[in-house]
Design a protein around this ligand. Structure first.
Ligand code: ZN
Length: 201
């Protein structure tokens, strides 16, 4: 079991065997958002999240999950984590984590362990299907079309669509850049995802 011994006592009211068997990632965090517990499914989940082979060795006890959260999403998550612990009430959130081929949504429940900020995260796969070509028609990864005047490509960290370089109101699904990120990529929330996270577009 990958768990900091000091964290173990905070999990006394949870079924540890069930957490270890859970198909989705379960992780425990200290109040500075460094990892104190990981279930076996976490490693598969984190590879799916970023697609980097190094992630299963880099992500271990002591690493900070804040490093994995895109800057435009950080204020939302930090506020939610803080509110969750202060109220000592579990918080639920649905988010997208799609690959180039599959649309995926995960359901996350955050259980506050102490008002001091320790938390347990339980992730479950909610939706997994092939992308709907009507909803997200695939576009060719043409850098001339998608780089802005500064040469930057902006990709939404939630839905992974890419902003058109000349028409800033247009966001296209470019599967090649979900599979492999282009150089000089910047995270920028698209209007629908801004609304989803912050209630405004
Ligand atoms: Zn988006």
């Amino acid at each position: 079991m990958v768990c900091d011994p000091r964290f173990h006592a905070l999990l006394a009211s949870f079924d540890l065997e069930a957490m270890e068997r859970h198909a989705g990632a379960v992780l425990g965090l200290w109040n500075d958002c460094t990892i104190a517990y990981l279930n076996p499914a976490w490693y598969a989940f984190s590879r799916l999240n970023k697609g980097e082979p190094a992630i299963s060795t880099w992500w271990d006890l002591g690493a900070s999950v804040l490093d994995a959260i895109s800057p435009p999403l950080l204020p939302f998550y930090l506020t939610a984590f803080s509110d969750c612990c202060q109220a000592m009430t579990p918080w639920e959130h649905v988010y997208e984590c799609s690959s180039a081929e599959c649309f995926r949504q995960f359901h996350m429940t955050v259980y506050p362990l102490t008002q001091n900020g320790e938390m347990l995260f339980v992730h479950s796969l909610a939706v997994e299907r092939q992308h709907d070509p009507l909803e997200r028609s695939p576009h060719v990864a043409d850098e001339v079309l998608y780089r802005d005047r500064q040469g930057v490509i902006s990709q939404c960290p939630h839905c992974r669509r890419v902003r058109h370089g000349a028409d800033y109101n247009r966001w296209d699904w470019v599967p090649d850049w979900v599979h492999k990120q282009p150089s000089q990529l910047s995270d920028a929330l698209c209007p629908p995802c801004t609304y989803y996270y912050y209630g405004k577009s």
